[in-house]
Design a protein. Structure first.
Length: 422
């Protein structure tokens, strides 16, 4: 009898997660640690090692510290307290910012350049030891349906199609989210016409050029982000990100000749560059109209996407996971009201729009500005901010996402529109 009641309770509280990227994995860890049964589905056979997020900001490090990941991330990542802005045409460094000015605001006054597959891998190492968490790779969520009492996903796996029912579903299945589409949630915003090319090289820009591990280059012709990741240990790798001409094909952009020419134009070097990765990304600025549809909740890229300048997409997703899982655990373990889930939607959607969209669009506009007067003003402003410690602190509170976390935390249940309250 006692066993039956445990089994019933387990079914009622099981959380399904679509997507085993870093956001889905973190949700599984946070809920699994509360003793909740969790099942994660990921369409890929394993964690993908593509060169996307690395920069993990102070506000996110605070979340990952709570999750018990901070020491391992420091071991496999690269601690970078400083970032720089350069004016590419003149070769002049315009401004340097040191996160040390945030020493009274955070325990982590630096970023950790930790590739997202490493963060996901560290989480997976913990999940496989948890008897209440299952991670099913090679399982694609294809459909979602729900009733007042539960939610069901249809899944295509190696043994055919199956259906799985839980109390809630987290859609952490990336920008093309099947969960978001199945729930009919709009993904408003726009797509940039140009794609971004990421070229990873062994060339050491710090030793050869004096660029720090996070360097942004403003250029009306072709801006660039250049940053270092630890890869498999010293000496690490450098990733460069550039905009591309929308009229050119993949082959024209990705050929050896084209990528060498692109790098040599920016950073002339005596030898051809050794290229470790080359990838093209379509880039969007979009936020889901709601992060909740009944028992389905969106987090990470499924809920919001943005250009990578400033490194905010995954950071926002990790902060979603933390916010959501606290509330979902309160509902499922402590009997709290489901209204908390609408508060999640309001808190996280507000900062996705007010901070992440606004900041990343402004970052891109600043780097690509064409008008000479606008460029001069932008660069003068950056110089002035960097020279004034109080302004530099305000600037870094925003770029390090501490302000957005404070803004989200200040939004209360009273602000949730009555129509949305459960
Ligand atoms: C070039 C580049 C650089 C970036 N740099 C940064 C950075 O420095 N800092 C930062 O914060 N962000 C950065 N980002 C953004 C970051 O990569 C994303 O925000 C991040 O990957 C989002 O994580 P996620 O877990 O939400 O989604 P994803 O990483 O996309 O994971 C989604 C997962 O869902 C799975 N999936 C998809 N559909 C299904 C389905 N139907 N069923 C089951 N599984 C499914 C996929 O296999 C995948 O594993 C960058 C992006 C790019 C393109």
């Amino acid at each position: 009898m006692a066993n039956e009641s445990v089994a019933v309770q387990a079914n009622q509280s099981k959380v399904l997660i679509a997507g085993g990227g870093p956001v889905g994995m973190l949700c599984a860890l946070l809920l699994g640690r509360r003793g909740l049964p969790v099942r994660v589905f990921d369409v890929n056979p394993c964690i993908q090692e593509d060169p996307r997020a690395a920069t993990t900001h102070p506000a996110t490090l605070e979340v990952l510290d709570k999750a018990g990941l901070i020491d391992d991330m420091a071991r496999v990542g690269l601690i970078a307290p400083i970032f720089q802005f350069w004016d590419r045409p003149s070769g002049e460094m315009i401004a340097e910012f040191d996160h040390a000015v945030l020493k009274d605001d955070t325990a982590f006054p630096y970023v950790n350049q930790c590739e997202q597959f490493k963060t996901a891998g560290l989480i997976l190492e913990r999940l496989v030891t948890m008897p209440n968490v299952e991670v099913l790779f090679s399982h694609e969520v294809t459909d979602v349906s729900q009733t007042a009492d539960d939610i069901t996903v249809t899944v295509r796996g190696p043994n055919g199609e199956s259906r799985h029912t839980g109390s809630y579903l987290i859609g952490a299945d990336g920008g093309r989210s099947t969960v978001r589409k199945s729930c009919g949630i709009a993904f408003d915003g726009f797509t940039w016409p140009e794609r971004f090319i990421v070229l990873t090289t062994t060339f050491d820009f710090q030793a050869q050029r004096g660029y720090c591990p996070r360097s942004y280059f403003a250029d009306p012709d072709e801006w660039c982000n250049c940053f270092k990741v630890s890869a498999n240990g010293p000496p690490g790798l450098w990733r460069t990100v550039f905009p591309t001409n929308p009229d050119l094909s993949d082959a024209e952009l990705m050929s050896d000749v084209a990528v060498q020419a692109r790098l040599q134009k920016f950073f002339p070097a005596p030898e051809p560059y050794e290229i470790v990765h080359r990838n093209l990304y379509v880039t969007h600025q979009r936020v889901a109209a709601s992060f909740r549809a009944g028992r389905a909740l969106l987090a990470g890229d499924a809920a919001h996407v943005n250009n990578p300048i400033g490194g905010m997409g995954l950071n926002g997703g990790i902060q979603d996971a933390d916010n959501l899982c606290d509330k979902l655990a309160a509902v499922l373990c402590d009997g709290a009201s489901e209204r908390l889930l609408d508060l999640y939607d309001l808190q996280r959607r507000t900062v996705a729009v007010e901070f992440v969209q606004e900041q990343t669009i402004a970052n891109k506009r600043r780097l690509e500005a064409h008008d000479p007067q606008t460029r001069a003003q932008n660069l003068a402003e950056l110089r002035a901010i960097a020279a004034d410690p109080a302004r530099a602190r305000q600037f870094l509170l925003r770029t390090s996402m501490i302000l957005s976390q404070r803004r989200a935390a200040a939004i209360t249940l009273d602000e949730v529109p009555a129509a949305r309250r459960a």
